[in-house]
Design a protein around this ligand. Sequence first.
Ligand SMILES: *[C@@H]1O[C@H](CO)[C@@H](O)[C@H](O)[C@H]1NC(C)=O
Ligand SMILES: *[C@@H]1O[C@H](CO)[C@@H](O)[C@H](O)[C@H]1NC(C)=O
Ligand SMILES: *[C@@H]1O[C@H](CO)[C@@H](O)[C@H](O)[C@H]1NC(C)=O
Ligand SMILES: *[C@@H]1O[C@H](CO)[C@@H](O)[C@H](O)[C@H]1NC(C)=O
Length: 377
Amino acid sequence: MEVPSNLFISFFYCCFLFTSGYIGVEGSGHHHHRRRRHHHNHHEKHEIISDYTSNKPSKLFVFGDSYADTGNVRKSLGNSWKEPYGTTFPGKPAGRFSDGRVLTDYVAKLLGVKSPLAYTWMKLGGKKLRNGMNFAYGGSGVFNTVGTLLPNMTTQIDLFEKLLVDNHDSNLYTKSDLESSVVLACLSGNDYGAYVATGGTVQGLQSFIPRVVNQLAVSLQRIHGLGATKIVVTALQPLGCLPRVTQMSSFQQCNSTLNLAVNYHNLLLQQAVDKLNNYTKTPTFFILDLYNSFTTVLNQKGDYQGILKFETPLKPCCMGISSEYFCGSVNGNGAKMYTVCSDPKSSFFWDSSHPTEAGWQAVYKTLNSSLEQFLQV
Ligand SMILES: *[C@@H]1O[C@H](CO)[C@@H](O)[C@H](O)[C@H]1NC(C)=O
Ligand SMILES: *[C@@H]1O[C@H](CO)[C@@H](O)[C@H](O)[C@H]1NC(C)=O
Ligand SMILES: *[C@@H]1O[C@H](CO)[C@@H](O)[C@H](O)[C@H]1NC(C)=O
Ligand SMILES: *[C@@H]1O[C@H](CO)[C@@H](O)[C@H](O)[C@H]1NC(C)=O
């Protein structure tokens, strides 16, 4: 598949304005990983069997961006800590890029564990640490997006690895914990936002997309090398359907040119994951298809049961009053520079990039059974 040559990706960067340059250096941690992998494979065959028959996954570890973040981004950096974020759940702004629950919360629900604590709040941990940990930072990518302000996926995995090593004696997370855990890796497009914002050309996209997917595959492999045996990775959602793009058509239609580029990313991801699974022999990596689930929910204007209804599915609940403002913006006097719909439950999108809790719930319902099957829960 080819990326159309007239493609110019508009601004679909999720949460932040860019403050500094983007540097794409690939592959840290790779060699390290190779050494570990052989060691790991010896154990795998025996232990996998017991995992399937007895252990339910008991922990969830999460890497990625705002679709998965539950409070890592600092309050000064993101609008996720401002009104009206969090009004549905937990009832006030608490670091989620939605009015309520996000993807992480629904995956945790499927596993029957509490949503894992955001890494930033680890010190408050205590018993909560037993559910795993969330290392996802809104606005991040596999490469650096906002300079080095946000930990990219490699750095997020570094933080995780450091936690394993530093707490080796206290057994915070043991190797067998990891083997009975689920990992969610969520990438929703910030690398492409950064690419465009820093002057990336259309022609260059054809080679940039493979670089993003390759780097993602390196991260997935490394997570496996640390001992994880169930790794769920998201396919890219239809970026051409995000409100920040569809506002050009008054929220009437998705931009199919953009979605073609997304399809290319997803095709390469599928190939990379097939290869990884072929290599590990047991099904270790699973693609959570956000492309099809978003598309399905948007097309049927609700969930398949007709319980959730989204009348104008492309229109977000919360919007800046003009293009210079965002959901959550206030002016110098503290006055709201945004509008919020009366019922977030009837909107699929919350703001210009992120689904509402209801939106995520509808998406989750379309994914639940295939994910359940993969995880054997
Ligand atoms: C789709 O997006 C591309 C890139 O931003 C833009 O050039 C094109 O005009 C858009 N198409 C429509 C139908 O809006
Ligand atoms: C991730 O961030 C670190 C720290 O800024 C940087 O050194 C590294 O090159 C980045 N990794 C990738 C793959 O861009
Ligand atoms: C899977 O691995 C086998 C060798 O182990 C190889 O022959 C085959 O081409 C691989 N398939 C893919 C899709 O990588
Ligand atoms: C997941 O789907 C199954 C049917 O496939 C359903 O019985 C179950 O209640 C769903 N779980 C959740 C948490 O929605």
